[in-house]
Design a binder for this molecule. Sequence first.
Ligand code: THU
Length: 131
Amino acid sequence: MNLAPVTLRRLIAAALAARRHAHAPYSRFRVGAALLTASGKIYTGVNVENASYGLTICAERIAVGKAVSNGHCRFRAIAIAAPSAQPTPCGACRQVLAEFGDCLVICVDSRRPRRVWLHQLSELLPHAFRL
Ligand code: THU
């Protein structure tokens, strides 16, 4: 699954920009996600933490919820930006993304120098659970 370099850059920029709106007062770990639909739209998400820690929602799942609730269920790629040497979607988010099929997962270290890793979701979560 290939993305045009310009689209890749746009998606990464959207994930990095979204990070600014993360609600992460407890972990201070701000995550931004940008989900590219099959029709070319981008839906962003941020992590939304809660004083009751377990209610925290990851950035990826917010982006999926926004896309699906706007009628988009086919995804080409998701970019995830976080201040980590090895940014990667958590297991729950992998399963939620796998619900809608395979896609490219672009992981971005939001710190400088910015580093980018490309994965296929099907490699990050082989044998995803399905009914
Ligand atoms: N987080 C995400 O937003 N996405 C992930 O895939 C992993 C973790 C958030 C949840 C929490 O607000 C913070 O990162 C630290 O775990």
